[in-house]
Design a protein around this ligand. Structure first.
Ligand SMILES: *[C@@H]1O[C@H](CO)[C@@H](O)[C@H](O)[C@H]1NC(C)=O
Ligand SMILES: *[C@@H]1O[C@H](CO)[C@@H](O)[C@H](O)[C@H]1NC(C)=O
Ligand SMILES: *[C@@H]1O[C@H](CO)[C@@H](O)[C@H](O)[C@H]1NC(C)=O
Ligand SMILES: *[C@@H]1O[C@H](CO)[C@@H](O)[C@H](O)[C@H]1NC(C)=O
Ligand SMILES: *[C@@H]1O[C@H](CO)[C@@H](O)[C@H](O)[C@H]1NC(C)=O
Ligand SMILES: *[C@@H]1O[C@H](CO)[C@@H](O)[C@H](O)[C@H]1NC(C)=O
Ligand SMILES: *[C@@H]1O[C@H](CO)[C@@H](O)[C@H](O)[C@H]1NC(C)=O
Ligand SMILES: *[C@@H]1O[C@H](CO)[C@@H](O)[C@H](O)[C@H]1NC(C)=O
Ligand SMILES: *[C@@H]1O[C@H](CO)[C@@H](O)[C@H](O)[C@H]1NC(C)=O
Ligand SMILES: *[C@@H]1O[C@H](CO)[C@@H](O)[C@H](O)[C@H]1NC(C)=O
Ligand SMILES: *[C@@H]1O[C@H](CO)[C@@H](O)[C@H](O)[C@H]1NC(C)=O
Ligand SMILES: *[C@@H]1O[C@H](CO)[C@@H](O)[C@H](O)[C@H]1NC(C)=O
Length: 824
């Protein structure tokens, strides 16, 4: 059925499904169909790495292991921050080992050490080495990828394949019959054009090229540089090097080659042009395939070579692929679905999303540089940004991967040790731009609240974690654009004031509305840990600060007939009016700045006031009062969605579809989440509503499909309606397995609009035989912490169950109604 539908679409819309190879979807559909009754299926067969490689999803479909530092993918022209995009009008520049996935920096990230196989019929001197001369179209509809494997064929029939370990990998090139293999290897090019000097050395005897260079941040101050190192081993089996040398080029006519030369050594280019330079080499004879081993390091070329030697050694391409696949299966099996009874594209979306939730951040343990050089902690890079990931990424990890969570958290805390604050947006081993303040506070408190009993065993010292929280919450850094918060004025005024004299620190004075809202929720996270550890003074203080969100509520602003909106505010207390629709999808002004720009005077980060005015996840009950009561709140929610203010791809909106729970109408949240999923997610490359944001979007989708939603920095999960009749989440650290079964599941309810008569609305919930108090939420400590069975009974009779149930505590918790009074 799925195949027929797809072929039909392909006939109707030529080009719409141009990439990747149709084999990818065909293979996945087949694997899902064949796995119906298999007990431990090959989960990698359900993963479509191309979801999110179009429509600005910025997903890297490259070959990686879980949390791999290396991700091999091709780099394409045009807007392609992750290297690869499906757009067939873009050209390939080469294959490279370093990428991030799901980050939207405008210039892109990594792409260093690119290699490009060439046919040079005119010989060495006539090879097309420059970026412009060597770029080529792909052979359309042939791109291939699966966990641990990536392949692309160019229109000259050269095929490039890659597979990887954590810090190394193998590249395999297949050339057309009878051709002599040539290769360009880049020293100076990377996606953001940020080369700041470096060296390349060719050792022809040993067939080894080493590269070291300095490059710039993809999402942070351009004054910072990081260093990266590569080791390319060109000999493998019978492969014999022929010509070798170096080249340099520019776009104005320079196109020089130095046959036999073995060194390049460049300083930073101060005039601002981009160097184009690297190695050029060929192989003897006309071998059809060439395999090249690549090692990467952030420490030295020696370490890059030893990473290749220890992680790949003499293993074959298939060996490495198999190892990688086994690592992926271990991760993907943490969630088991009842595949036979789950709609096939739900299975595909679930496992593809789960795959991406293990793709980042990058495990660069043992490769830390700068202030972190030689650290004894774990070290993870590409933590951009915590503002994106704290909402769903870490709460999902809470369910199945506390060990990995604790390792990443250790890396956050290590930044507190070495820099004084936890990172918000570490990218390319450098501090990146802060977005909503110090969202690491919610990542750290989420861990503490759910794993304080096991923290020590997981290598986390709760007292040190607490010190890190207090540093973020209380100590104003000199430059709060790269870490920490503008807390001095926030504490003084009770909100982040617009246009304030701030003599102790620097930072861009924008986004005062959204920064106040995020700071307040970060403070709630600190309040939780203060309470947990019995620091009652701090608990009071941070509880008070967590209510500062109220200080930016301007009750007088009206938009579309709804009264009261979050607004930025001057230090004298006067509100600075911003039209709540500004920077929303309904804003017709295309030239307005809405992001990090200095002229973003809107008061909100990548959002409108319409969107951010829902944001007080720890105190929604009071927000309802501010908005004028339950009925107005519900009407306003409907209006927000129906009039198009909602942005599925924007993190501050993540929890909004479930807002109905807080006004005691959970069935409407179920309807809304079905609509959100069907209107914004799918199994095609365009199947994400925008940037994946390092799997923030992937983990949001997983929660929606599983029918639960986390309240960060708490142990509370809101209950929705699963898109699958049964799933099991394994937590090997706790030694628990939790099976969620939907009693009365109707596959016909898995639709954008739940058809009349299809059971999907939650009637009752029981955990290990005990009925929960209410149908709107349960607690980690009663459910996943213990393992066992959760039964969710659904009904088609919506009106009969459109409330959270009887009794105090049925509605999800809010501070102002006595919620979060006890911790587990
Ligand atoms: C799976 O098993 C069920 C019964 O246990 C059977 O009805 C169904 O046909 C099987 N499906 C496949 C694909 O084998
Ligand atoms: C691939 O498709 C694109 C867009 O239709 C086209 O511009 C390009 O020429 C095609 N490439 C080849 C090799 O046919
Ligand atoms: C590269 O050149 C710099 C001077 O620009 C010099 O200090 C350095 O030793 C050279 N490195 C190599 C490996 O030749
Ligand atoms: C890789 O794994 C497959 C399936 O498990 C197996 O058939 C094949 O022999 C393995 N290849 C290598 C090189 O280990
Ligand atoms: C990260 O790498 C280190 C060193 O190999 C390893 O001990 C650790 O388990 C890895 N963690 C994750 C989450 O990949
Ligand atoms: C917070 O504390 C201040 C005094 O320290 C008090 O004036 C204010 O009312 C408190 N705010 C809340 C929301 O409790
Ligand atoms: C507060 O400051 C703003 C900006 O300087 C000004 O426009 C406004 O009139 C002031 N409000 C009061 C009450 O002084
Ligand atoms: C659009 O926004 C820009 C930047 O804020 C502003 O300068 C311009 O006046 C606005 N245009 C309209 C028509 O409102
Ligand atoms: C909203 O409804 C709930 C449940 O009926 C009730 O407890 C609460 O007081 C209402 N809130 C307001 C602001 O009316
Ligand atoms: C799943 O596939 C079915 C059948 O092709 C389609 O109708 C439905 O819209 C898809 N659902 C999602 C969420 O993509
Ligand atoms: C969960 O349900 C299964 C099957 O009904 C049963 O065997 C098992 O004992 C139950 N586990 C718990 C903890 O209740
Ligand atoms: C739905 O439930 C309500 C209240 O429990 C009941 O009055 C009504 O008859 C039910 N509707 C149907 C179609 O069963």
């Amino acid at each position: 059925m799925v195949l027929t539908a797809l072929s039909l679409v392909a006939l109707l819309l030529p080009g719409a499904l141009a990439q990747p190879s149709p084999d990818v979807q065909r293979r996945i559909a087949q694997a899902i169909a064949n796995s119906a009754n298999v007990t431990s299926p090959d989960y990698t067969a359900f993963v479509n790495p191309f979801i999110g490689t179009d429509n600005f999803g910025d997903v890297c479909p490259g070959a990686s292991i879980p949390f791999g530092m290396v991700k091999f993918s091709t780099d394409l022209t045009g807007y392609a921050p992750a290297g690869y995009v499906t757009d067939p009008t873009q050209k390939i520049r080469g294959l490279s080992p370093l990428h991030d996935s799901g980050t939207g920096s405008s210039l892109g990230t990594y792409g260093n050490f690119e290699i490009m196989p060439l046919l040079c019929p005119g010989g060495f001197d006539r090879c097309t080495t420059s970026l412009l001369a060597r770029e080529r179209f792909r052979k359309n509809n042939t791109d291939e990828a699966s966990p641990g494997y990536f392949a692309q064929t160019m229109d000259n029939e050269i095929k490039m394949e890659a597979t990887s370990t954590r810090r190394a990998g193998l590249e395999r090139f297949t050339f057309p019959k009878g051709s002599k293999p040539y290769f360009v290897l880049d020293l100076a090019n990377d996606l953001p054009n940020s080369f700041a000097g470096g060296q390349l050395n060719i050792d022809p005897q040993n067939g080894r090229i080493t590269i070291s260079g300095s490059y710039g941040s993809s999402f942070g101050p351009t004054s910072f540089n990081y260093r990266a190192f590569a080791c390319y081993d060109l000999l493998n089996g019978n492969q014999q090097l022929d010509e070798y040398g170096v080249w340099t080029a520019d776009i104005h006519g320079l196109d020089a080659k130095g046959l036999g030369l073995t060194q390049l050594n460049y300083t930073r280019n101060l005039i601002g042009d981009h160097y184009q330079s690297g190695a050029l080499f060929s192989y003897k004879g006309t071998p059809s395939t060439i395999t090249i081993r690549v090692g990467i390091s952030f420490i030295s070329t020696d370490q890059a070579c030893s990473n290749a030697e220890t992680e790949v050694g003499s293993s074959s391409f298939e060996d490495i692929m198999n190892q990688s696949k086994a690592l992926w299966n271990e991760k993907l099996s943490k969630i088991e679905l009842d595949i036979a009874n789950t709609p096939p594209n739900v299975t595909e979306m679930l496992y593809s999303s789960l795959y991406r939730s293990f793709l980042t951040p990058n495990n660069a343990t043992g490769e830390a540089q700068g202030q972190f050089l030689g650290t004894s902690s774990f070290y993870f890079d590409s933590l951009y940004c915590s503002w994106d990931t704290f909402r769903t990424f870490y709460p999902l990890m809470t369910l199945h991967s506390p060990v990995e969570y604790s390792q990443i958290l250790d890396s956050y805390i290590d930044a507190f040790r070495k820099r004084g604050w936890m990172p918000e947006c570490r990218a390319n081993n450098l501090p990146g731009w802060t977005q909503g303040g110090s969202s690491a506070d919610n990542i750290a408190s989420q861990f503490a609240i759910n794993y304080h009993n096991e923290a020590q065993r997981l290598g986390i010292d709760l007292n040190e974690l607490y010190s890190a929280l207090l540093a973020d919450g209380d100590v104003n850094p000199p430059e709060w654009n790269i870490e920490g918060r503008e807390v001095n004025v926030y504490k003084q005024f009770g909100f982040v004031p617009f246009a304030v004299l701030d003599t102790g620190s620097t930072g861009r004075q924008t986004r005062e509305g959204s920064r106040t809202l995020e700071y307040a929720f970060e403070d709630f996270g600190i309040r939780q840990v203060a309470k947990l550890l019995g620091h009652s003074d701090d608990e009071e203080r941070y509880l008070n600060r967590s209510l500062f969100y109220r200080n930016v509520w301007d009750p007088s602003v009206v938009s579309d007939g709804f009264k009261g909106f979050m607004q930025k505010r001057f230090s004298n207390g006067t509100f600075a009016f911003t039209d709540p629709a500004n920077c929303s999808p309904n804003d017709k002004n295309e030239s307005r700045s809405c992001s990090l720009q200095g002229d973003n005077v809107n008061g909100f980060y990548e959002s409108s006031s319409w969107e951010y005015s829902w944001y007080a996840p720890h105190d929604t009950a009071h927000l309802i009062e501010l908005m004028g009561g339950n009925e107005t709140f519900l009407d306003r929610l409907d209006h927000f969605f129906d009039k198009g203010y909602y942005l599925a791809g924007n993190e501050p909106s993540f929890q909004t579809p479930i807002g109905y729970h807080y006004a005691n109408q959970p069935a409407r949240s179920v309807d809304r989440v079905r609509q959100v999923v069907f209107q914004n997610f799918g199994i095609t490359p365009a199947g994400l509503p925008g940037n994946d944001d390092q799997a923030a979007m992937a983990t949001l989708l997983i929660f929606h499909l599983l029918g639960i939603y986390p309240v960060p920095s708490t142990s509370q999960y809101l209950i929705l309606s699963p898109f699958t009749p049964k799933y099991t989440i394994h937590n090997s650290f706790l030694g628990t397995s939790t099976t969620v079964t939907v009693q009365g599941f109707d596959a016909n309810s898995v639709k954008e609009t739940i058809p009349r008569g299809a059971a999907a609305y939650v009637k009752s919930v029981s955990i290990n035989g005990k009925v929960t108090s209410g149908r709107c939420h349960f607690d980690f400590y009663d459910a996943f912490r213990l393992g066992g069975n959760i039964s969710i009974e659904v009904t088609a009779n919506k009106s009969s169950v459109n409330n959270c149930g009887e009794g105090a505590g049925a509605i999800p918790e809010s501070l102002s109604t006595g919620g979060f009074a006890t911790l587990r």
